[in-house]
Design a protein around this ligand. Structure first.
Ligand SMILES: [Zn+2]
Ligand SMILES: [Zn+2]
Length: 246
């Protein structure tokens, strides 16, 4: 399985143009499955051409841009999937055809098996339910956990049934303690604890690759320092355009 991180920043990088800029969230699996459709996709027109399926986690603007998506599907046959209430909203409000997912169900999409799981996260419309994903390409399995702080208990019990080759965690809050976003995003110590818990119940092993992404702009550290802190626990700090083999 290959993963390309399109953007690795949280929402607050909006309108920021410094040298250390991170674009908004999203990734491409095996060149044909896109996770989220944020403004970051605009920087990858060539990679976007091969996309067959798009899975949306939630409709925050750092993960979803209706105008860009509308434009894209006019000229491409990609199918769009989202949790059923998000799908309904996107379909009716934005006129985009979205195939609904039910949380906890398993879906066969081309070569993939995909399971959407409830995320500890919310959007302004309380009816919408943000999701994480377990994605299996028939060879390797990855957990995509952005956005969300810690894990919903039911989601954890589903994850425990799996052996993951990789996990990607929201690390919005860096190493700030007591940050107000802690109820919907992780800090570094939470990511480290999540990794340890996954390891303790053998959801991951020494060969699994663990990534931290979705960093907020309120950076206390440059990328290199983050690599050092997360690297202590063998967690990979993602950066925009990073490609990894899992
Ligand atoms: Zn986000
Ligand atoms: Zn969000």
């Amino acid at each position: 399985m290959k993963i390309l991180f399109l953007g690795t920043g949280a929402d607050d990088w909006h309108n920021y143009d410094g040298a250390d800029k991170r674009k908004n969230s999203g990734a491409i699996i095996n060149e044909n499955l896109l996770i989220d459709f944020s403004p970051a996709v605009s920087d990858y027109p060539k990679a976007l051409k091969r996309i067959k399926n798009i899975i949306i986690t939630h409709t925050h603007r750092d993960h979803f841009n209706a105008d860009l998506l509308k434009e894209f599907i006019k000229e491409n046959n990609a199918r769009v999937y989202a949790e059923s209430l998000s799908a309904k909203k996107i379909s009716s409000d934005m006129g985009i055809n979205v195939i609904p997912f039910k949380i906890g169900e398993e879906y066969e999409i081309d070569d993939y098996t995909i399971i959407p799981l409830a995320a500890n996260h919310s959007v302004e419309d309380e009816k919408e339910r943000p999701v994480h994903y377990i994605i299996n390409d028939g060879d390797k399995k990855i957990f995509w956990g952005c956005d969300g702080g810690w894990l919903v208990n039911k989601t954890w019990h589903e994850i425990r049934k799996h052996k993951l080759n990789s996990a990607v965690f929201d690390c919005t809050i860096w190493d700030k303690e007591g940050d107000y976003r802690v109820f919907e995003h992780n800090n570094i110590s939470m990511v480290k604890s999540l990794k340890k818990a996954f390891y303790a119940v053998k959801v991951i092993d020494d060969s699994s690759k663990i990534f931290a992404t979705h960093f907020s702009k309120n950076a206390q550290h440059p990328h290199e320092k983050l690599c050092e802190i997360l690297g202590e626990d063998n967690i990979i700090t993602a950066y925009d355009g990073m490609e990894a083999e899992i």
